[in-house]
Design a protein around this ligand. Structure first.
Ligand code: G1P
Length: 300
């Protein structure tokens, strides 16, 4: 299931957002560098791409994002200091992120929305299908999603989005898909897409979560997609066009996901993600769980 056929080797990770929901932490630090337990959020996402066989990773960055480049590069001073101390464990942690993947960068310039960020990847991606991973969604490596999406794309062609059922009061926070069943239980045909539908107007409870496998024709569509919701060029709007026409780049299928997903996009979800992941860590989890249980019993 995790085999990647020739054709999809590149991952695009938009990382140009201003991270205003996390100010002042994000005044001088990119939000992608905020730690989730003890690893920057972006590293989980790059690791996920690599686990699905995508070792060419393009980060779409903007101003103020130099820390991202430093994180995926060598740090000889630190490596030297750790190796002098004989601290091999930490040394390997420092080297790990530099050796993970071939990480490339393109700057978005004007941040004009997710669709615009993806469009900035056009010349790096070229004419092969590619994946897009949004950094606010962390997918638990025990529930691999991207590999399944790649498999579906390779079997069916066109573009593939990840869909997750969410509660009615949550759907306005997401792109939402109208769907039809296919012969496979976890795959649906997407017949329509709406970016962040107004309350009561969502066509379904299927939310688009931040993983996409796209045909390169999406770039032609994005280049002529007018600003949509929030005055931004929306990836959802371009995919809606692909879902509705017989144009190259379509059709659009959805892979239904009901695994573990951690949202780091807003402060409350970010805190919940850290607590959940810390509880599950072999090294930190046992003590942390005990503390948490006592603390909740005594304080809450
Ligand atoms: C983006 C997309 C939205 C998608 C969401 C998933 O929105 O525009 O369609 O459902 O990511 O996390 P954002 O959360 O960046 O506003």
């Amino acid at each position: 299931m995790t085999e990647v056929r020739p054709g999809i080797v590149k991952a695009v990770i938009p990382a140009a957002g201003l991270g205003t929901r996390f100010l002042p932490a994000t005044k001088a630090t990119p939000k992608e560098m905020l730690p989730v337990v003890d690893k920057p959020a972006i590293q989980y996402v790059v690791e996920e791409a690599v686990a699905a066989g995508l070792e060419d990773v393009l980060l779409v960055t903007g101003r103020n994002k130099r820390a991202l480049e430093d994180h995926f590069d060598r740090n000889y001073e630190l490596e030297h200091a750790l190796s002098r101390k004989g601290d091999d464990q930490r040394l390997s942690l420092v080297r790990e992120s530099a050796d993970l993947a071939a990480v490339h960068y393109v700057r978005q310039g004007d941040p004009r929305g997710l669709g615009h960020a993806v469009l900035s990847a056009a010349s790096h991606v070229g004419d092969q299908p590619f994946a897009v991973l949004l950094g606010d969604d962390l997918i638990d490596p025990r529930d691999p999603l991207l590999a399944r999406m790649i498999e579906v794309q390779q079997e069916r062609g066109g573009s593939v989005v990840a869909l997750m059922e969410v509660a009615e009061e949550q759907i306005h926070l997401y792109g939402c898909a109208a769907v039809e069943a296919t012969a496979e239980d976890d795959v649906v045909r997407v017949t329509d897409l709406v970016e962040k539908p107004a309350r009561g107007e969502a066509p379904s409870s299927y939310a688009v979560i931040g993983r996409y496998v796209l045909e390169p024709q999406v770039f032609d569509v994005l280049a002529r997609t007018a600003p949509g919701r929030g005055g931004e060029i929306q990836l959802t709007d371009a995919l809606q066009e692909l879902a509705k026409s017989d144009a190259p780049g379509g059709p659009v299928h959805g892979v239904l996901f009901d695994g573990r997903r951690y949202d780091t996009g807003d402060r409350g979800d970010y805190l919940r993600a850290i607590v959940r992941l810390a509880c599950e860590r072999e090294d930190l989890g046992p003590d942390f769980r005990t503390w948490l249980r006592d603390w909740v019993r005594e304080e809450l």
